[in-house]
Structure formats: C-alpha cells, structure tokens
Design a protein around this ligand. Structure first.
Ligand code: DGI
Ligand code: FE
Ligand code: FE
Ligand code: FE
Length: 187
C-alpha cells in the first residue's frame, strides 16, 4: 500500500484535527526511522494508521476486545486505551494490511509493551512529539529524541504516568511494565 492510498483510507475515519495529528506523526516517524535505523516505509504506514480506530463507538470497540480475545482487563481501564489494539485489528480487517510489525506498532502505540521493537518505539515517540503536540514537557522529549531514543521514550512514559497519577487516574499495568523494562534493560 502506498502513502496516498493509506492516507485516503484514514482520512475517512478521522476528524480534520486528528488527521492533521496523523500527518505530524507520519512526518516525525519518518525522521526518527531514518535517524535510528528503522524501516522508513513501515514507520510511514504504522504512523498513518496508528489512530485509525480513535472514533469508533465504545460499544463496537468493547465487542471487538471481547470477541477477538484481547486482554479483557483493558475494559476496566480508560477507554482511551482501546483504540490501539482495536485499531490494529481493524486496519488488518478493513484496510487489508497484514504486516505484523506494523500491526504491533499500532497495537502498542498507547501503552507500549515489554521489549518494544525499534518500530514500536518510533511510533510511540512520534505520536508524543509530533509538531502539533503542545503540552508541558514535550520540548524536553523532543530534545532527547534528537540524541537518544530510549531516554526520550523513558521521559515520555514518566510524563504520561505522572500526568495520570496527578489526576488520580488508574495506570494500565502494561504502561508500568514498559517503563520498568526500559529503565532496567535499555539504558
Ligand atoms: O491517540 P492519541 O491521543 O494520539 O494518543 P495515545 O494513543 O498515546 O493516548 C491516548 C490517551 O490514553 C491519552 O489521553 C492518555 C491515555 N493513556 C495513556 N496511557 C494510559 C492512558 N490512560 C490510562 N488510564 N492508563 C494508561 O496507562
Ligand atoms: Fe492513539
Ligand atoms: Fe501515545
Ligand atoms: Fe495519536
């Protein structure tokens, strides 16, 4: 699938704001892929499709999680987490994308996972630092991303966990496991 076919499919699924975010993630993921040696074409497609399921009704996402045997603990946590694994499923089903590396990068773009691949990391970080993002701490992560992919990722995860904890929200276990795994084994 080429970039324009992918963008056309995704545009139908998203608001203009979310589509512009997607273009930012695409541009950033390509830069990071080249900088750190990930496959540029895979990074491009994963970025384009990463938020494919963002606007699916909660009921539909819930049904897919149950029917497809995804971790049912997802349902106890913020529904914002659901679009990532559901997106991986729908991108395969509806867009016919069959590349497991790309589907994994989509599946884990919100929580991360233990032993993230280079492509997973590129997409997670591109999602966090694309030019349209403006929140406290993003500039520090952008600077780190220029020199050290893992350190940038660790800082992004620290910020996310701190943000959730300050609001008194639950943190999905995979997010903690990912953070620990990066800090303990990937520095
Ligand atoms: O889809 P995006 O807005 O581009 O970004 P995303 O997929 O990285 O994150 C979506 C939301 O998920 C964001 O508002 C923060 C939230 N989130 C991320 N990690 C966790 C989380 N929410 C909970 N409850 N637990 C987490 O570990
Ligand atoms: Fe997302
Ligand atoms: Fe993210
Ligand atoms: Fe996103």
């Amino acid at each position: 699938m080429d970039r324009n076919d992918a963008l056309r499919l995704v545009k139908e699924q998203l608001t203009d704001h979310r589509y512009n975010h997607t273009l930012g993630v695409m541009e950033t993921a390509i830069i990071l892929a080249n900088q750190y040696g990930a496959k540029e074409k895979k990074a491009e497609l994963a970025a384009i499709f990463h938020d494919y399921a963002k606007f699916r009704p909660k009921e539909e996402m819930k049904n897919i999680i149950l029917e497809q045997g995804m971790p049912s603990e997802l349902l106890q946590f913020n529904s914002e987490l659901w679009h990532a694994p559901v997106g991986a499923f729908l991108v395969q089903k509806e867009a016919g994308l069959d590349d497991e590396e790309i589907l994994d990068a989509i599946r884990y773009h919100t929580s991360g996972r233990v032993n993230m691949t280079l492509l997973d990391k590129v997409i997670y970080l591109a999602d966090y630092i694309e030019p349209g993002r403006h929140f406290p701490g993003v500039e520090e992560v952008r600077d780190l991303a220029k020199v050290n992919l893992n350190q940038a990722l660790i800082k992004a995860m620290q910020n996310t966990i701190q943000f959730l904890m300050k609001k008194g929200q639950p943190v999905f276990p995979a997010t903690f496991y990912t953070y620990n795994n990066l800090v303990m084994y990937q520095e």
